[in-house]
Design a protein around this ligand. Structure first.
Ligand code: ZN
Length: 486
């Protein structure tokens, strides 16, 4: 296990060093000397296709006229001369196929391409566009796009698609090999583009220029940026789709990006970091982040043209609301947005935090839920044991009803209507006649400190008033008891 991992890393490094060699190509129509007359045609017939071999580098050149080929210099098909730039067009290379666009009227139909190495069944071949697999033969696979253009792949083994299957651009459909229905051939991919050409009909068109464009997109071009990434896939919902989480929820996923720059990405050197603002602490930080602004590092060594993943979780903050978070890639002190892109506001994860599914929330935050006896969970002043205010229509203490104020008492106190609300004697009333057996006013319906009435219970010799005060308190207590009993 350790050995195979090490071997994989060594292989990646080898690929990286080869890929960093500058991509060059001979012009369209310039064939290997003696292999036929080419078609000098700069038109790009399939401008939006991807390069058919997933990982760079690849070498478009002749098999028959290459080293080890039947018409080429002697040597091994794996000779490094076959695995080096520049590329050579071989669309019109000498064959007997009817080819109306070739100067001789016959030719090879498509382009031969060698992958990163001459080992068969190792290098993945992908769908260059989205479409349908319309045929799987003994050594050929046809992919037909919605516009009718057909892309032919020859010599793959194994083939991982079946006829009739729908594929998306980038899906693996097989592996570079030397399958030719029993006939010997080199390890390579033969690639055709068949398309309707005005005035000619449906024919095999020159694929060389389309392959150059797709390959430059894959490897970043010969004069491309050092640091650049292209979006491939993410398991998190896209930012325009709902991504609703309840507070505290963590969701793991990954973002897949292709290295379209010239520098290799490496774990612990290449990071997915927050932007808007750059390196800002993210509210979506989860337990597996490297820091508040670094969600993840790349999961493998990623050579130019290859694809890597950033695996991390997002955690929903406690408060409900929208949490957009932008990211970019950062390496060696460089933000990719300052070099080959993408821009800082391009990669986004947008979380909407929605209320949790609590069965008995304390809506008014008074510390008591409905289940615990709160008779009004929208009013923080109401809960069992709260201070009751008489006559306000509110049952603050959850006794079952509001406490009625003893309105009739006024009839007994025409001169001193507020006497019954008096509290402990304030200093000016020191020595006032407060009956010793009267309830502590702090326990009364007004509670303590409700002495703002400014009234005075003066006249220590006023025994009639003292009696009235006692009576008033008694009535009040009666009234209160009545309410309690309802
Ligand atoms: Zn071929």
């Amino acid at each position: 296990m350790r050995i195979s991992t090490l071997a994989a890393i060594v292989a990646s490094l080898a690929i990286a060093s080869s890929a960093s060699a500058q991509f060059t190509y001979d012009p369209a129509g310039t064939l290997v000397s003696g292999s036929g007359r080419g078609r000098a045609d700069t038109r790009v017939y399939a401008p939006d296709m991807r390069f058919p071999i997933r990982d760079a580098p690849s070498y478009a050149n002749s098999q028959v006229w290459g080293v080890g080929g039947s018409e080429g210099p002697s040597g091994s098909q794996c000779d490094t001369r076959n695995y080096s730039y520049p590329w050579h067009d071989n669309y019109c290379e000498t064959r007997t196929w009817d080819m109306p666009l070739c100067p001789s009227g016959t030719g090879h139909q498509g382009q031969d391409i060698r992958g990163p190495s001459c080992t068969a069944e190792r290098h993945a071949v992908i769908a260059v566009v989205s479409g349908t697999i319309t045929n799987v033969g003994s050594y050929s696979v046809y992919l037909t796009a919605a516009d009718g253009t057909r892309y032919d792949y020859l010599h793959m083994r194994p083939v991982t698609v079946t006829s009739g299957e729908r594929v998306t651009a980038g899906d693996v459909i097989g592996y570079v090999a030397n399958e030719f229905g029993g006939t010997p051939t080199t390890t390579h991919l033969h690639f055709n583009i068949r398309q309707n050409v005005t005035g000619v009909g449906t024919v095999y068109v020159p694929p060389y220029t389309s392959l150059i464009r797709a390959y430059e997109a894959l490897v970043g071009g010969s004069s491309g940026p050092r640091f650049a990434a292209e979006y491939v896939h993410q398991t998190f919902p896209l930012s325009e789709a709902a991504f609703e989480l309840t507070p505290g929820t963590e969701v793991e996923g990954y973002l897949e990006l292709r290295n379209t720059g010239s520098e290799t990405w490496r774990p612990d050197q290449t990071f997915l970091a927050t932007t808007e603002p750059r390196d800002g602490a993210s509210p979506l930080r989860a337990s597996d982040w490297i820091s508040a602004s670094r969600a993840a590092t790349v999961d493998r060594v990623v050579a130019p043209g290859a694809t890597g993943r950033f695996v991390f979780s997002v955690r929903a903050p406690a408060a409900t609301g929208e949490y957009p978070q932008f990211f970019n890639v950062f390496q060696d002190g460089t933000w990719f947005g300052d070099d080959g892109g993408p821009p800082d506001r391009w990669i986004e994860i947008r979380v909407t935090v929605v209320p949790g599914m609590t069965t008995d929330p304390d809506d008014d935050a008074d510390g008591v839920t409905i289940g615990e006896g709160d008779c009004d969970d929208r009013d923080p002043a109401s809960y069992p044991g709260a201070r009751e205010i008489c006559g306000d229509g509110v049952d603050q203490d959850c006794s079952g009803t509001d406490l009625a104020c003893p309105v009739d008492v006024d009839a007994f106190l025409p001169e001193r209507p507020d006497a019954y609300t008096t509290s402990l004697p304030d200093p000016i009333d020191a020595g006032a006649s407060v009956p010793v057996d009267a309830p502590d006013p702090r326990n009364s319906w007004r509670g303590g400190g409700a002495s703002g009435c400014g009234c005075r219970v003066a006249g220590s010799d006023d025994r009639a008033l003292s009696s009235l005060v006692l009576l008033a308190i008694a009535i009040a207590m009666l009234g209160r008891r009545r309410h309690r009993e309802t």
